[in-house]
Each structure stands twice: as C-alpha cells, then as structure tokens.
Design a protein around this ligand. Sequence first.
Ligand code: PLP
Length: 436
Amino acid sequence: LKSLEEHDPKLYDLIEQEKYRQFTELELIASENFTSRAVMECLGSALTNKYSEGLPHARYYGGNEIVDQVEELCQTRAIEAYGLNPEEWGVNVQPYSGSPANFAVYTGLLKPHDRIMGLDLPSGGHLTHGFYTYSKKEGTRKAVSATSVYFESLPYQVDQVSGYIDYDQLERDAGLFKPAMIICGGSAYPRDWDYERFRKIADANGALLLMDMAHISGLVATKEQKSPFEYCDVVTTTTHKSLRGPRAGMIFFRKDERGFEHKINQAVFPALQGGPHEHQIAGVATQLLEVMTPEFHIYSKQVKKNAAALGAKLVSLGYSLATGGTENHLVLWDLKPQKITGSKFEKVCDAVSITLNKNCVPGDRSAVTPGGVRVGACAMTTRKMVEEDFEQIGQFLHEALLIALKVQEESGPKLVDFVKCLKGNADVAALRKSVN
Ligand code: PLP
C-alpha cells in the first residue's frame, strides 16, 4: 500500500501547498477553524469504507455492530455537550453538512410550498433560510436555493441603520404572512438572538421555531451565547465553525407527541440522504468530547474576547461596524464610509496573506457588490492568539485598507483594473512580509 505522496505526488503536493497556505496566512473567515489531529484521524480512518444506511440497530447493511456504537457515542455526547435531557431532546447526527440538515428539517416538518420566514441573506442570514434575488430590470424574483424553490419565503431583515434584527417588523409581517416556520440564526450577525421574542411571534402565528446555530454552536455549548433549546422546537448546526469539528451537520429535535423524531429521521434517510458518513460522525463524536473540556470553555471565552478586541481596535481607528460591535465570534465591518467595496478590500487582503470574505452590511443596495467584510476570530484563536494579537490584526487590516484606497485612486472604479494594479505593488509586498 503506497502513501499518497508515492501514489499521487501531484495531489500530495497540492495538499501540502494548501497546508502551508493555511498555516502561514491570517485565517479570519468566520465560518472556518482548524480542527484537531484526533478529528483528522477519524476522517482518514477505516470508517470511511462502511455503508450503514438506517439508524443504530436498524440498518440496511450487515457488519454495523461497531459503527452502531460510534454513532450512538456521537448522539450521547451531542445531547450531553448541550446539557440536554435525553428524555426531552433527541439528535440526528447523519446530515452531511449544514445545508442538508436544514433541508431535512423542512422536508420532515413542512409540506411543499408552506410558508417560512428566515433572516434575509443581505441581513446576515444563510441561503438555506429562503432567499430570492430580484431583477429590477425584468421585474422578476429568482429562487437561488432549493429552500425558496420548494417553500414560500418572506425573509425578515435587520434595521438598516442599527444593524439589529427588526423584531417589530418581523412581528407585523409574520401576523400577515402566517408562516408555518420561523428560522432564527445566521451567517453574519454579530449579536445574540432574542429567542423569547422569536417564540412569542411564532406562537402568535402557530409557527414552528427553528434555530440554525451553525456559526455559534461552539459558543452555545460553552454558554458564551444564550441557549436556543429552551425556546425552539428544532435546532440545527454545522460542526466545523466555532465547534471546531469536521465538516458535518446535526439536527436536535424535541421528543414529544408531535412526532418530530420519526419525521426528521425519515427526512434525513431515506428521503434526502443515503449512507451516513460514519468517519465524519466519529470526527464529530471526538470533537464533542473536546467541547466538554475546561480547555474548550477557555477557548470559547477567548474567541469572544478576541473578536471584541478586534472590533474595538477598528472602532478606535474610526471605522464603522454593523451594530457598533460584537458579542460573538465575528465583526461585520461596513466599508461604505470609506467608499470602497468589500470585493476590492478582500482582494487586497488576499494579496497580503489575510483571508476574510466580502459581505453585505446593513444599508447595502445590492447583494452583488457587498459594502463590507466579515471578520471572524475562531481560527486564529485556535492558533493561540489573544487580544493583543487581534489588535495587531486590526492594525494590519487598517494598513491593507489604506493600500486599497490608494490603489483605487490609481485604477478607477472597475474591479478588474483594481486587481491588475495590485500586481507588483510595493506596498502590498511590504505588508505581506509583515503579516507573514
Ligand atoms: N447555516 C448557516 C447559518 C451557515 O452559516 C452555513 C454555512 O456557512 C450553513 C448553514 C451551511 O453549512 P454547509 O456549508 O456546511 O452546508
């Protein structure tokens, strides 16, 4: 049996290059993290060879005695990590990732074309919460994810000035739209969630309440964010962001007379998925063991402190953040006052070895040219950075922005010309050297 290096040197080399990139750049994508060696070992283990359609002790294939124990261990640890009572809450750990987890919930608990309300994508929501693009020219609306193809969605928004969710407007719209499900959670929202208010709005309209805690699930497990479990009917999550596990998804459901357990399990398999990826499930299981350690609690606290330190540094430099700051792992930086787009700033950051992403910010007129960037603290906190380091990151970002503004002056408004001007730029080379 040959190693990857011997068997496929070309691919081996690409993976080594990516490893080098990950370990030399400042990784600030809010949805990314560096997972542990133990998780990596699970992903490359013998479990990848096994078919295990069905649930533990009810499989459609033989040879699952050990796999059953792996999956049950993952389920038990998931319930334990969130401090849940196993009589009241169950979990399905088979979703391949966050998007399939959400779609399984809709498939199991809704009928096609039922109405849903989730946070709009330009307000920081996720595609899978029901998002449309609008063409003013053609006067049409286009569904860009399966959620808005198969369900009728009326997204709610953040207040365009404060950046906080406009709960009053959500309440008024829900009263008229009468959704079957309200979805909380998002991908670029720097504040915690008012579950009590969401619950009241859901109850007033007979709606189910789903929390997609993908971004903050590590912070929820360590009580650095409020728990959604008291108020929600169903909670979904990815496992690879603040939770720091492998790429996968989980669905937590209330066990009561409404029969969610059966409906959700059936939606995952056989409705949407085939054989579960037991190597991922093992990776989640071992990560959940880590999540329950005091070290992970310290880590989560530090993630929040680091995001806050970065936010404070940017504000001290005169920049504008959505909601004025953060109480979780990310800041949403509004670049509109500087008159530069998030796309251009992202390109400069890439060129100086800082990895982040362009993002819509409140008040943006188009999702195509986002007016800001999203900056997250999870990955660099895993690499042991503390507040001072994040202040330095804030300084690097400031310097990168000054370069971006200078280049924009030379290149004019078009992104292609801007990118051309970046090549061979001496300021870029100098800043990249400092960052590395
Ligand atoms: N839900 C939220 C809130 C997310 O931010 C994401 C991904 O970033 C997802 C779901 C989808 O997860 P995945 O990319 O694993 O399908």
